[in-house]
Design a protein around this ligand. Structure first.
Ligand SMILES: [Ca+2]
Length: 356
């Protein structure tokens, strides 16, 4: 039987070269793994990393609750790229059978003596306006405030029976085909319940504003200093036209828009200006910016009372109803507030998550 032929010298040197290249390639992979090592956990789905840092919080053009602008720093955190959508909120409700505040009877235990039983039905506030006049509403409320009397709710809010996140424009409307729209008619209580279920939390007010500015410290808008609509460019879903009666929709939307309809800010976040208001964790006090700590402020210990006597939480970012002539609270340094059971067709939220 013939012996196996010896390996030819030429084949032997090819083998050595092949082995050497293999060792070099393995070393390169090992070095790259060390150099590119990232201590952060993997990116949670639908969230972006907000690096944290120092910024000027508040609004330079404001004289009241948004003043004075003051330096604040926050740590890094993950934040939802978009407002929580109808598809996302549907998953939460399917998993938990959660019933939102807008879907509950307002007086579950005991009716006040002046409320007929037939009126104890779930409702929420829907923006509805045929011939409202913002100027006369403001004038009337100024007169009532001067007389030390309770102010009237603006006439463009209809207390709509059956309106909820499932029926955003009233009982007969649906969210069919609107899975990628922000979920609205959600109270602070609803937002906090969702966040807990999702293993997330609501942002502090300072975290929210740091994120909204997208790294453009002290810019007027979340996208820089060019006003909304300059040269026909729209950066956010706000209100064009004579508020509240004549909506022109020049930005492409007369009402809510699907999330991601406008360009993201510098951190990759969508709709931090406009579209839907977003609840944050902090209680509200009008004078908080005068006494806020500089590092990771988390708001006052309790909320100041609103018109109905209930303590209020902060909400941020403005909505599709922000009109320059009436309300510029889509600016990143401005604020609004409401009781923990307030719900309306322009309010939703988004969540954040700590890096563990
Ligand atoms: Ca928003």
């Amino acid at each position: 039987m013939a012996a196996s032929p010896p390996v030819a010298p030429a084949n032997r040197s090819s083998l050595v070269l092949f082995l050497a290249l293999g060792i070099l390639a393995a070393a390169a992979v090992a070095i790259a793994a060390v150099v590119l090592k990232d201590d952060r956990p993997p990116r949670p789905d639908g969230m972006v990393w907000i690096p944290g840092g120092e910024f000027v919080m508040g609004c330079a053009e404001s004289q009241d609750q948004d003043a004075p602008p003051h330096k604040v720093s926050v740590g890094g955190f993950w934040m939802d790229e978009t407002e929580v959508t109808n598809d996302e909120f549907t998953k939460f409700v399917a998993a938990t059978n959660y019933v939102t505040v807008a879907e509950r009877k307002p007086y579950p235990n005991e009716l006040p003596a002046n409320v007929p039983a037939a009126n104890n039905v779930p409702f929420s506030a829907v923006f509805r306006c045929a011939d409202c006049d913002a100027k006369s509403c403001d004038e009337e409320n100024s007169r009532l405030a001067m007389a030390n009397k309770p102010q009237l709710p603006p006439p463009w809010w209809e207390m709509s029976v059956g309106a909820s996140w499932r029926h955003p424009d009233g009982a007969k409307s649906t969210i069919e085909g609107k899975g990628n729209y922000p979920a609205v008619h959600l109270s602070w209580e609803d937002a906090a319940s969702y966040a807990k279920w999702a293993g997330k939390r609501l942002p502090s007010e300072a975290e929210w504003e740091f994120a909204a500015r997208g790294g453009l410290n002290e810019a007027t808008y979340a996208w820089g200093n060019d006003p909304q609509g300059k040269d026909g460019k729209y950066h956010a879903n706000t209100y064009q036209g004579r508020f509240p009666a004549t909506v022109e929709g020049k930005d492409g939307f007369a009402g809510l828009a699907p999330v991601r309809s406008f360009s993201p800010n510098g951190y990759g976040l969508f709709d931090m200006s406009g579209n839907a208001w977003e609840w944050v964790q902090d209680w509200y006090a009008a004078d908080y910016y005068q006494i806020s700590p500089k590092k990771n402020p988390t708001g006052p210990a309790e909320g100041s009372a609103g018109p109905d006597g209930k303590p209020q939480k902060v909400r941020r970012g403005g909505s599709f109803l922000c009109a320059d002539e009436y309300c510029r609270r889509y600016l990143p340094g401005t604020r609004d507030k409401g009781a923990t059971d307030d719900c309306a067709s322009h309010t939703g939220f988004r969540c954040v998550k700590d890096a563990k």
